[in-house]
Design a protein around this ligand. Sequence first.
Ligand SMILES: Cc1cc2nc3c(=O)[nH]c(=O)nc-3n(C[C@H](O)[C@H](O)[C@H](O)COP(=O)(O)OP(=O)(O)OC[C@H]3O[C@@H](n4cnc5c(N)ncnc54)[C@H](O)[C@@H]3O)c2cc1C
Length: 390
Amino acid sequence: MLQNQQVTVLGAGIAGLTVSALLARHGAKVTLLEQAPTIAEVGAGLQISPNGARVLHVMGLGEAVGAIAMRARAVTLLDGETGGRVARLDLERLRPSGDYWLIHRADLIDALAQNAAQAGVALELNRQVSEVRLGDHAPHVVIAGEERHDAPILIGADGLHSRVRAALNGEAVPFFTHQVAWRAVIPGEAGIDSQAQVYLGRGRHLVTYPLRGGSLRNLVAVEQRRKWAEESWSLTEDDPMSLRAAFKDFAPQVRGWLERIERPHLWGLFRHPVAPRWFGNGAAILGDAAHPTLPFLAQGANLALEDAWVLAESLARYPLSQALQRYQSLRETRARKVIDAATSNARNFHLSGIGRAIAHQGLRTVSALAPERLVSRFDWLHGYDVTAAC
Ligand SMILES: Cc1cc2nc3c(=O)[nH]c(=O)nc-3n(C[C@H](O)[C@H](O)[C@H](O)COP(=O)(O)OP(=O)(O)OC[C@H]3O[C@@H](n4cnc5c(N)ncnc54)[C@H](O)[C@@H]3O)c2cc1C
């Protein structure tokens, strides 16, 4: 269905680069419009779980990404204050066949951008779309307030504040979750273990894992608070002293890492509703544009990879309007389930009082007596193969 079909994709993030390459390999002529002057990512880490890794494998990127990522041996939950282990998901032993990667965002974006270029995608940088027009006729966009660009098929991979989403659904008002996240990358220490660690505190938690062979350590620290913070990933720098103060009663190793952070970025966590309409006449949205998620299950990028696969396969195999309906119906239930699970994790990670003691003791017991149960609780998430499901 896609041979020589013109497609315009908006946004060269994980969703946009992936869907562009997949569509181009199906024969489409893809123009990818990105507002940034370069494809450069802020320094931060990503966990790519087996469900997302599967898409990269099928795209032929498994080897390249596997070579630059670290394979996580485990995900470990720890008591934030004592540093003692609460539970360990032993991925190496209990899920040996799935790739659970810890990767620098810039490295994944690089690999996807190279792949898109090889597939023939025409990437245009410095192209900010200021207006999206949908209606009875084929969509068109306006670039920088003046240049009209016709898009017989328009795909919005334009992230949290998507213009295509707004054109399909109207503006949605996100609400502040009363949680903020600090993010930083520091040099790794010798002998750093290839695992993701989650330090659980009262109203706070901190996630950390190594990147680039252990030369770097990624840190994301989340705190519940009343005051609003900007919903932007890289613009708001915070005083490192306020981060250290928020985690001052955490275990010494955590405080040691925080001491080494010079300029943390601070970010307000907002809940955006899942978009009711993911497609319209000739247009569709995917990734954060369709369904932003809180980061407590590390799934936003993984969902974007899954979406990209289903959208490209549907467009390649079915007439346009049928393809777009099929795309939303195959993706929406799963995306909602993942997002709900991420939202519940915010509660589970931040417990206090007796609820915390009971929950931690329960996790310790299962981890010691039936560790496979801890890992199999995530089979629905990590064991899902979108390339087989569609
Ligand atoms: C703290 C934190 C940790 C996370 N950790 C993980 C993790 O471990 N694993 C995971 O899977 N996910 C994680 N995520 C989520 C993940 O980062 C996002 O879900 C994912 O990057 C979304 O990709 P996207 O391509 O949909 O959007 P984006 O990455 O936001 O890309 C959108 C692109 O569109 C461009 N754009 C926007 N508007 C316009 C316009 N008008 N004109 C032209 N271009 C435009 C932007 O410049 C950008 O390049 C995390 C998120 C946070 C906040």
